[in-house]
Design a protein around this ligand. Structure first.
Ligand code: S3P
Length: 436
């Protein structure tokens, strides 16, 4: 078993290089799920009493949520290999909240700040400062919060003056778990119930975890309603992140004679779409839902059509699925994925550029991409555009490329998966290493 979250100097390198083709086998545990980690800390911070949170993602994104809670006066201390959180937020933070690269932390905190009788400023790095915030600001304003920012209130830094909010019934124009979660968190302290309807169902961590913390949440199809309710402390053991497991799953499928097992992965609603998509491509994958195990072996993959209804459940896995498509026989089309344009990078553009750097035939469409699989991959020069998932997807593609691959912007991987390079070295028996 490969040890989890092994750090190495390579994690902080701006540029790395590696040489394929690689060999890959073994088992590992990936870092704790990022979505669950943010919510575990946040809900523990809002709850009355002490919660013990274990298995947290060690990435910078989740560290930002911890720091933001500390700015709100929440006491968080190491306890064994977890964190003990004593709930209780001040009305306002002592300083601007710097959420780094994390869209999830920003949108979730927007909901929390809106519900507090105080003033907060939210900001982040150059990539986060370019991402749209009106998707959360519009409903939070409708609940009574005063929110402003650059570009008509859409861009960070955002100033949020919160207070006593009024519950709303909101039809969200985007299928976004972050938007849904911001509204539900604001609804916790509103007068009257708050409902959100999504155009398509997204991951349900907030609903599930609010219930664990004693919140009153009802789910009816794509509509979620929260009644104002105090939360009470509970312990959370965060399972492994399926979005990180997806990198090793695809690596095992495309590297010849490979077999990789990922253990203790979260396999709940809205997060396993990548397994379904890969199986439709012909992938040999075993799943044991009771233990969260995913085992994948080398398989000849075939191109497929991936359309709008598939997208919410693979929203973070498109870059690595595109790598699988480039290695497959035949054409893969991805459509209905315009949300990818406003991720950590414009992921339609950065994914296509990454594939082309390896010699793949791929082009962008307005809401997706077309990939003609089967061209032999050759090492290339890739820019992550500050996007961790592009950097890791490129690294997996490099495993089947002839020659050396250079990845600029590798340090972005530390936002979600410090130790990725160490896991690769271990799975390849030391044969593939990243050099700074
Ligand atoms: C997340 C929701 C998704 C996803 C992100 C994590 C969450 O974003 O891409 O990585 O934890 O709620 P959107 O809500 O913007 O789709």
């Amino acid at each position: 078993m490969v040890a989890p979250d092994v750090s190495s100097d390579v994690d902080a390198a701006r540029t790395v290089s590696l040489t394929g083709p690689g060999h890959l086998s073994g088992s590992l545990r990936v870092p704790g799920d990022k979505s669950i980690s943010h919510r575990a800390l946040l809900l523990a911070g809002l709850a009355e009493g002490e919660s013990l949170i274990t298995g947290l993602s060690g990435g910078d994104d989740v560290r930002r949520t911890r720091l933001a809670l500390e700015s709100y006066g929440v006491q968080i201390e190491p306890a064994g290999d977890g964190l003990r959180v004593r709930g209780g937020l001040q009305d306002e933070p002592d300083e601007p909240l710097d959420l780094g690269n994390s869209g999830t932390a920003t949108r979730l905190f927007a909901g929390v700040c809106a519900g507090r009788d105080g003033y907060a400023v939210l900001t982040g790095d150059q990539y986060l400062r370019a991402r749209p915030m009106n998707r959360v600001a519009v409903p939070l304003r409708a609940m009574g919060a005063a929110i402003d920012g650059r570009r008509d209130g859409d861009l960070l830094p955002l100033g949020v003056r919160g207070g006593r909010l009024t519950g709303i019934d909101y039809d969200s124009p985007v299928a976004s778990a972050q938007v849904k979660s911001a509204i539900l968190l604001a609804g916790l302290g509103a007068s009257g119930p708050t409902s959100v309807r999504e155009p398509a169902a997204t991951r349900r961590h907030t609903e599930e975890m609010l219930r664990d913390f004693g919140g009153k949440v009802a789910v009816d199809g794509t509509r979620v309603t929260i009644e104002p309710s105090p939360l009470s402390a509970t312990d959370v053991d965060v399972p492994g992140d399926p979005s990180q497991a997806a990198f090793w799953t695809v690596a095992a499928l495309i590297v010849p004679d490979a077999s990789v097992t990922v253990e203790n992965v979260y396999l709940g609603f809205g997060r396993t779409g990548f397994i379904d998509v890969l199986r439709r491509m012909g992938a040999d994958i075993d799943v044991d839902a009771s233990t969260g195990l995913i085992r994948a072996r080398s398989t000849r993959l075939t191109g497929i059509d991936i359309a709008g209804a598939d997208i919410p459940s693979i929203i973070d896995e498109v870059p690595i699925l595109a790598v699988a498509a480039a290695a497959a026989t035949g054409t893969t089309t991805i459509s209905g994925a315009q949300e990818l344009r406003v991720k950590e990078s414009d992921r339609i553009a950065s994914t296509v550029r990454m594939l082309r750097a390896f010699g793949a035939r791929a082009h962008e469409t307005e809401d997706g991409m077309v990939i003609e699989g089967g061209a032999p991959a050759r090492g290339g020069v890739v820019d992550s555009h500050g996007d961790h998932r592009i950097a890791m997807a490129a690294c997996v593609n490099a495993l089947i490329a002839e020659g050396t691959t250079v990845i600029h912007g590798w340090d972005s991987v530390a936002t979600s998966y410090p130790g990725f390079a160490a896991h690769l070295a271990a799975l390849s028996g030391g044969a593939v290493t990243l050099s700074a």
